[in-house]
Write a protein of this length. Structure first.
Length: 39
């Protein structure tokens, strides 16, 4: 039961983070710049 609860909490946090990142285009552009430097 605890594992299910932890999984649900983790999924909820993941969804919130994904929605925040997808709404914030500036952060996505910055992330693209940072990741491009490693190539």
């Amino acid at each position: 039961m605890k594992k299910l609860l932890l999984l649900l909490i983790a999924a909820g946090v993941g969804i919130l983070v994904w929605r925040k990142v997808s709404d914030d285009g500036g952060a996505r552009d910055l992330w693209a710049e940072v990741t491009d430097t490693f190539e």
